[in-house]
Design a protein around this ligand. Structure first.
Ligand SMILES: [Ca+2]
Ligand SMILES: [Ca+2]
Length: 156
């Protein structure tokens, strides 16, 4: 039967020389190609892509000629990191980072559409950012400093 090999091909097939399951996964790389795992079972086998990888041509079985390749999450789903963030594709994964002037809302969780990058309120969160006798004005992604009325900036 397909998926089975006779134990000793030089002898007739019988109870003492039975058909044995072919362990296709012993050479997983040549069977399923890279970035995949191979699952052997009696009479056949299956290939699965690792997480973060997808088969090149979804209409065909995973193989060395139709291997699992990295999913470009940034291209596939541009909003994966949410607004005010950079998305960097990585092999088997991706990375989100906040743009300058922004920080992740909940720092104990990773940046995502559900935990977006918010504006840093520099005037509140960074003490004395504008120095003494000044007025600080927070803006989205940045901030401005002004001298209080009656004061001039030290070095223009
Ligand atoms: Ca990726
Ligand atoms: Ca700001």
């Amino acid at each position: 039967m397909s998926g089975y090999n006779v134990t000793d091909p030089n002898l007739p097939i019988n109870n003492n020389n039975p058909c044995k399951d072919i362990h296709e996964c012993l050479d997983s790389e040549s069977v399923c190609g890279p970035n995949s795992h191979c699952y052997n079972y009696n009479g056949s086998f299956s290939c699965f892509c690792w997480g973060g990888y997808n088969v090149s041509d979804g209409n065909k079985a995973i193989s060395k000629g139709n291997p699992c390749t990295d999913i470009d999450e940034c291209l596939l789903s541009p909003s994966v990191c949410g607004p005010n963030a950079n998305c960097t594709n990585e092999m088997g994964s991706y990375n989100c980072s906040c743009l300058d002037g922004f920080t992740v809302t909940n720092s104990s969780l990773s940046i995502s559409i559900n935990n977006t990058c918010r504006d840093v309120n520099e005037c509140v969160e960074i003490s004395d950012i504008c120095g003494p006798n000044s007025i600080c004005n927070n803006t989205v992604g940045s901030y401005n400093c002004w001298c209080m009325s009656g004061y001039n900036v030290t070095d223009t």
